[in-house]
Write a new protein. Structure first.
Length: 581
């Protein structure tokens, strides 16, 4: 496989252009360092010849002082350039991480369902790490080392054209050979990164299921699988490392060849009195100096091997097409939404039908209660409203307009959802409630907290809205976390509210608070309540009971209650409040 240089160049330009000042400064520092590296051997040559010819001690001392100052300056410049290079590397790779995260977050749920969190961590972070050196100094160091190489060869030509010619041929052959080997290890490093992603995905799955694995006696089986995936990663890493070692050994051979050329040439010219002893040193020093840019070029090529594998995986990721085409231009007006499902069909895999023949007409301000056993399609309906998936047949309309004619961001602004599993972030109370939207004033946040009876909880916070919450809602009761989720939706002020079993798993006192919050939230809004329990949908205007993706029963709440033959009425009469679980 051969990755075109143009692809690397385009990638560099995209992320380095905003940092051009730092890139220029890094280039200047490297050029100054190059000049000092070319001059230093000349100083030592002068020192040796002066000592051999019996020059005054003052001249020798001056040459030694200049050499020391130059050497210190080179080290200082190296430290400075390393700092700038690392800064460039971190800033560009962080920008790349952000771009990858934005891209993947916009992909449809089919993409995310096919990948484990561990694999996504490796794709969004692990691959990017290998590109850090590529961004920090790859292009500049390659150019700087080529300039250093040219300067050294020019100095050798000025000393003796024969030495200059011999080492020029040597350098050209070395660079040509190294360039030919540029992509030899890319497939192996790509395979290694994929093996790493597989291991991370496996670990995430096993750790998330620790309780089930231990309680069912599955630890030995998990360990066997761990050894298997780790063994596969070892094989992939070993193959990639062997190819890298092959490149290193090739370089060692080229280096020894260069030293041999310098020694033979220097010996021949010195024994024929064509050069001084200091010049012999100069030839050897410059040959070693040639080794440095060639070695760094070789190292950069090795880094390019790793970067090439990661770059290909990243570009493969960018090639994934979003199945949800976000081309809508319509906007939604404020206020309760009119929701219509017209003969909606849906399946995740084009084979097994999840929803079929679904027809609903939910007027603005009405509340729909969705009942059904697990797997009947209730949650799928909510996902379709957010366009996490698109219907495979029929249509969904909001205010009389097909859902696909609105931008996804417009749907997100006008539809709010509360689920039984509240996701809280490691961030301040303010940011958890506003999702980092700075346009929402603190006064509005306090009004919502007061309306939801969260003021007593708020008054107990040490730093008020700036108090940092722990990830996952640690330190909060289930009721407090649920009410914070309601507060998020209140601040959003949507026209359609979806409650996905939002009052389950709570004690009676807390559930009563949640019920009051639901009444407030549904006031002057259209609502859809997804429930397992009949009690939850008592405030609904319409009831739908789903079964195997189809509508088992649909009607007005009061009509179904009064119809003794209806399934809903039968469930109410028998008092089976949990039959839909």
């Amino acid at each position: 496989m051969n990755i075109p240089v143009r692809r690397y160049w385009d990638f560099l330009q995209q992320y380095l252009r905003p940092l051009w000042r730092s890139v220029v400064l890094l280039g200047v520092l490297l050029l100054v360092t190059i000049g000092l590296r070319v001059i230093n051997p000349q100083i030592v040559r002068h020192f040796i010849d002066a000592a051999t010819n019996g020059e005054a001690l003052s001249q020798l001392s001056l040459a030694a002082l200049i050499y020391i100052v130059s050497a210190v300056a080179i080290q200082a410049l190296n430290i400075w350039s390393t700092y700038i290079g690392e800064n460039i590397g971190w800033r560009t790779t962080n920008e790349l991480r952000a771009d990858l995260a934005k891209f993947t977050l916009k992909l449809d749920m089919t993409f995310h369902n096919d990948r484990t969190p561990g694999e996504m961590i490796e794709r969004l972070d692990g691959d990017v790490v290998d590109l850090a050196i590529f961004f920090s100094h790859f292009a500049i160091r390659i150019l700087a080392n080529l300039i250093l190489l040219g300067g050294i060869l020019l100095a050798l030509y000025l000393e003796d054209w024969r030495i200059g010619l011999a080492l020029t041929i040597y350098s050209v052959v070395s660079l040509y050979s190294l360039n030919r080997l540029r992509d030899i290890a890319v497939p192996w490093w790509k395979a290694n990164r994929e093996a790493d992603a597989h291991v991370f995905g496996f670990l995430e799955e096993q750790l998330s299921g620790t309780e089930d694995i231990r309680s069912s006696g599955g630890v030995p089986h998990s360990m066997r699988n761990l050894y298997r995936v780790d063994r596969e990663r070892l094989v992939a890493r070993r193959k990639a490392s062997l190819m890298e070692t092959y490149l290193i050994q090739m370089w060692v051979g080229f280096y020894e060849l260069g030293r041999s050329i310098a020694l033979v040439s220097g010996f021949f010219l010195y024994t024929n009195s064509l050069i001084t002893l200091g010049t012999v040193y100069l030839i050897l020093a410059y040959t070693d100096a040639i080794f440095r840019p060639l070695r760094e070029i070789a190292n950069e090529i090795q880094n390019l091997q790793k970067a090439g594998g990661s770059l290909e995986r990243i570009q493969d990721l960018y090639k994934i097409q979003n199945k949800i085409e976000d081309k809508g231009t319509r906007t939604l007006a404020a206020g309760p939404l009119h929701v219509q499902f017209d003969d909606v069909q849906f399946s995740y895999n084009q084979q097994d039908s999840i929803l079929h023949d679904l027809n609903v007409d939910l007027k603005p301000g009405e509340v729909l209660g969705l009942l059904g056993r697990t797997g009947s399609g209730k949650t799928t309906i909510t996902r379709l409203l957010f366009r996490l998936y698109d219907v495979t047949g029929g249509s969904i309309r909001l205010n009389g307009v097909d859902l696909r004619e609105y931008k996804v961001s417009e749907l997100q602004r006008h539809i709010g959802m509360v689920t039984q599993d509240v996701q809280l972030f490691r961030a301040s109370v303010r940011n958890n409630l506003t999702f980092f939207d700075r346009s929402i004033p603190d006064e509005r946040i306090m009004e919502v907290l007061d309306a939801l009876s969260l003021i007593d909880w708020f008054n107990g916070l040490a730093k008020g809205l700036d108090t940092e919450l722990e990830g996952g809602g640690k330190g909060l009761s289930a009721g407090e976390g649920q009410l914070l989720a309601f507060a998020r939706v209140f601040l959003k002020d949507p026209g359609l509210v979806i409650l996905d079993e939002a009052s389950s798993r709570l004690d009676p006192l807390t559930e009563a608070r949640i019920e009051r919050a639901i009444d407030l939230l549904l006031k002057n809004r259209t609502g859809i309540i997804v429930a397992h329990r009949l009690k939850t949908v008592q405030r609904a205007d319409q009831i739908i009971i789903l079964e195997d993706g189809g509508v088992r029963e649909h009607g007005e709440y009061d009509a179904l209650v009064n119809d003794t033959s209806s399934r809903f009425s039968q469930l109410l009469r028998t008092g089976l409040q949990e039959v839909m679980a």
